[in-house]
Design a protein around this ligand. Structure first.
Ligand SMILES: [Zn+2]
Length: 342
């Protein structure tokens, strides 16, 4: 199994725009100057050439800070064409299609999604995911065969009996999540997804093969010759008066490894979660660095006070500016694109 950080930043972090000229163009320009070094009438003429070169070749480049979403790859056949790996995306924020692009992937390369909680940096990409796979007749080989060149809206309306308005599971991405989160996900996405031209009875199941998890229910993935058992873990993200927003993180277990991905959560809240932190081999740890702490994520200053028994297993992410840590204090600070094999 390989876990890659599609993004590592918080919902509020923004990237930077820079004006740049490519190094290839600069090198070619300098070479042309060298070749004709004595041909200018005056230094002012040379200066003018420089100005024209920069005006013509400058581009605006975006250095992104993508939201915290992960790509989990299992060494097993995918849904799309049966090749390896199966790609599961843990949370899909509004910018996940751009962060996937950075890895040469699109929504159509993703087999399944897991959703932890209904904040926009975790579910904001749902409409793009749903519609772009729904309208792609080649999303899976089996879908292309099932459609047989018929437009999908016509196909599902023209089907007879109990299959009318239904899209078969092999023709759409898997969507895993706690039943409460999936209900809220549909509430959030419904205004954009409930209407399909010419189709009645549109639900979340129209777009996804929904696997609604009940408490303590594991789902498993084959990964080469090992099996990963994956459980959800309820942690407290936000408490407001008498209402609570949990985040359902993941515990991934195989043989002697336990990977803990609590997602957005205050540190070991409730304290009973300590058991899971103790058992974990590696902990993907939410870490806020904002000068204006939100109180709903652990701040780096709070994490520094945690016992080193846990700190040494923690990979920090979900920050605004990168946290500055002492050598050996934590397992590390995750960077965008960083991959780890387990
Ligand atoms: Zn959140």
């Amino acid at each position: 199994m390989r876990i890659t950080s599609l993004g590592v930043n918080s919902a509020f972090a923004t990237g930077k725009y820079e004006v740049v000229v490519s190094s290839e163009k600069i090198e070619a320009f300098l070479q042309s100057i060298k070749e004709n070094i004595g041909s200018r009438e005056s230094p002012l003429a040379l200066l003018k050439e420089f100005e024209e070169f920069f005006a013509k070749n400058k581009i605006i480049r975006y250095n992104p800070k993508w939201q915290s979403n992960f790509l989990i790859e299992f060494d097993c056949p995918n849904k799309r064409d049966g090749h390896f790996p199966y790609r599961l995306v843990l949370d899909f924020g509004g910018d996940v299609r751009h962060s996937l692009k950075a890895f040469g992937l699109t929504v159509n390369d993703i087999d399944g999604y897991y959703v932890s909680h209904p904040h926009a940096d975790h579910i904001g990409g749902v409409e793009a995911m749903a519609l772009s796979t729904f309208f792609n007749p080649f999303y899976t080989k089996a879908k292309a065969k099932w459609l047989d060149n018929e437009f999908i809206a016509d196909k599902i309306v023209n089907q007879k009996g109990e299959f009318r308005y239904k899209v078969p599971d092999f023709a759409k991405p898997d969507l895993y999540g706690h039943k409460d989160v999936l209900r809220e996900l549909w509430q959030a996405a419904m205004p954009g997804l409930k209407t399909l031209q010419g189709v009645r009875e549109v639900t979340l199941e129209t777009y996804f093969n929904v696997i609604s998890l009940i408490p303590n229910q594991a789902f498993t993935f084959q990964d080469g010759d090992r099996t990963w058992e994956i459980y959800t873990m309820l942690a407290v993200h936000i408490v407001s008066g008498d209402d609570i927003m949990p985040s359902y993180g993941l515990i991934l277990e195989s043989e002697n490894k336990t990977i803990l991905m609590p997602t957005d959560t205050q540190i070991m809240t409730p304290p009973q979660l300590k058991t899971h932190y103790k058992r974990a081999t590696v902990i993907y740890q939410d870490c806020e660095t904002s000068p204006f702490p939100s109180g709903v994520h652990p701040h780096i200053n709070d994490l520094r006070k945690v016992s080193s028994e846990y700190k040494k297993k923690m990979l920090l992410y979900h920050y605004d500016d990168e946290p500055q840590i002492e050598e050996g204090e934590f397992l590390g600070v995750l960077k965008m694109g960083e991959s780890r094999e387990y």
